[in-house]
Ligand binder design. Sequence first.
Ligand code: BG6
Ligand code: MG
Length: 216
Amino acid sequence: MMKAVIFDLDGVITDTAEFHYKAWKKIADELGIPFDASYNEKLKGVSRMESLCLILDNGPGRDSFTLEEKEKYCEKKNEIYKKQIKDLTPDDVLPGIKDFMQELKKNNILIGLASVSKNAPEIIDRLEIDDLFDYMADARVVKNSKPEPDVFIDNLINLEVDSSDAIGIEDAESGIEAIHRAGMKAVGIGNKIILKNADIVLSSARELTFQKMNSL
Ligand code: BG6
Ligand code: MG
């Protein structure tokens, strides 16, 4: 029986995945490295430093910069990103998410947050949806970003739910892999080709229903 639903944040609950892309695009342009939306798919769900390294791999390579230089670029990216999230309001929760969460609550299903973003607390705060969660993972203490299962396992432990009684919702290929490696069923929201390994792919959060999830 389904006991918990664990959500990714960026690109699932709100469209901050696009902000991450725009911020990285500025850094890539500054470095003269080709970077487009298709390559950006690889960055979704992975940590800030690993994202930068993936961009550098398309140019001079991740070893051509010192750790200090890489940290500087990560910081610069985060400054650009933070300017964009400053304007988020409760209206920026993607359509369908709140209705689905309320439906889960009515059915006594626990709700968890599995984001590896250190900016997650600020985003959740600006969206004013703190109350809807039974548990939110703290990205500062989660050891490995996706596709490692750490952030989903952390949710399962804290929600005290078995992996077979929980499902995860993701917009990234790395996220689907992380959910599966945690032993859970995976729901993809987005492109059916990119998210082909999910157990079910929906084109938008509007299609999320308790019944559909429970039948997984
Ligand atoms: C994930 C995003 O949620 O968080 C990634 O999908 C991002 O794109 C990662 O790199 C880390 O986020 P932040 O906000 O800590 O740089
Ligand atoms: Mg995401």
